[in-house]
Design a binder for this molecule. Structure first.
Ligand code: MRU
Length: 349
């Protein structure tokens, strides 16, 4: 079986409803939420029932299907106008990952074209977005794994796996493929404070796939890289600017700095749906600020001094100059810059 190392699906369309694996409850519980309205999908994205850049785009696309169904039933003559508010609500759910608005734009094009009975047409487009993401991940898995070289360990940050995508994963897809082909013997996973995507989700996916995984506190990454065992740091992205700057989970930037300092290669794996050529550099990427409670509490228990203020950005920007390889489904860009990005995206059509 070619893709033995990929057993989880976070997003399922089933009997006219969207079923999302509730990622807030992993790894303890594997519960699927059944959603039947666009408002519920927007809420699920906001609350991180579903998270990860490609996954929130796919979920939003299915949210548009639910909106079309409800609005067309409500008024078959002006369903398009009624849907505008649903699209706006979905677009506002989270600000940093551009895949969300990318997917909504694709669904909007269907809105312009679809005739009398539009729901099937919307569903076909959402399914296409979902299937294309899975195919892109498998292609990136091949392309990224081909760069790995000599057998060794890799370090990853956050969760970029089947849970964060339509399946297989971006950075975790490269890791799955690299392990399968024998270039990776161990995966180090940053725990990824404060939401613990590394500890709760990445480690869970890797343990299920029987890929050896060692967890570390985010602050231990530089010390690990200094030891010389890790050959590549491999991460995903929420948005890549026209000059190759990368927005990804908070902690990615200091990992890239430490990797460069220690001579460890830094790979970003992201589909072209994550590229935002409308912005010149990472300075223009909106960074989501999340609730203070994420730092003040742990598992619902207070852990910080009462009265402390909190700065809790969910993402940071890694300058393109720290990226050795950007892996997309259209090809690999070594040392990305504005010119190479423009060439890649022109080829992408
Ligand atoms: O806040 P999250 O969990 O949605 O953040 C996810 C990340 O930062 C991932 O690294 C990124 O979306 C790439 S997922 C393939």
């Amino acid at each position: 079986m070619p893709y033995a190392h990929d057993r989880v699906r976070a997003i399922v369309w089933h009997e006219d409803a969207l079923e999302l694996l509730d990622q807030r409850r992993l790894p303890g519980e594997t519960d699927y939420q059944r959603l039947t309205t666009a408002a519920e999908v927007a809420q699920a994205i906001r609350d991180m029932v579903v998270r990860g850049a490609p996954a929130i785009g796919i979920a939003a696309a299915y949210g548009v299907v639910l909106a079309a169904k409800a609005r067309h039933a409500e008024n078959p003559n002006c369903w398009r106008i009624l849907m505008v508010a649903d699209l706006a609500q979905l677009a506002a759910a989270r600000p940093t990952a551009v895949n969300l608005v990318w997917a909504l734009r694709r669904m909007e094009r269907v809105m312009a074209e679809a005739g009398g009975a539009p729901v099937e047409r919307f569903l076909a487009e959402a399914r296409a977005i979902h299937a294309e993401d899975l195919a892109a991940n498998r292609r990136m898995g091949e392309l990224g794994a081909a760069l790995l070289g000599e057998r060794g360990a890799v370090l990853t940050h956050c969760n970029t796996g089947s849970l964060a995508t339509g399946g297989y994963g971006t950075a975790l897809g490269v890791i799955r493929r690299g392990y399968e082909q024998g270039s990776i013997e161990r995966v180090y996973a940053d725990e990824t404070r404060p939401w613990l995507q590394g500890a709760r989700l990445t480690a869970w996916e890797l343990v299920q796939d029987e890929i050896p995984v060692t967890l570390l506190a985010d602050g231990a990454a530089a010390a690990l890289l200094r030891q010389g065992e890790v050959r590549w740091a491999i991460v995903g992205a929420d948005r890549v600017a026209a000059n190759g700057d990368v927005a990804n989970k908070i902690g990615t930037y200091h990992l890239a700095v430490a990797a460069r300092y220690h001579g460890v290669k830094f790979m970003v794996v992201a589909p072209t749906s994550t590229m935002d050529m409308s912005i010149a550099s990472g300075a223009e990427i909106p960074i989501e600020q999340r609730a203070a409670e994420e730092l003040l509490t742990l598992g619902g228990q207070p852990v910080a001094a009462v009265g402390a203020e909190v700065w809790n950005p969910s993402f940071d920007i890694t300058p393109a100059v720290l990226v050795d390889a950007l892996v997309t489904e259209r090809g690999v860009v070594l040392a990305p810059d504005a010119e190479k990005m423009a060439r890649l995206m022109a080829e992408a059509g």
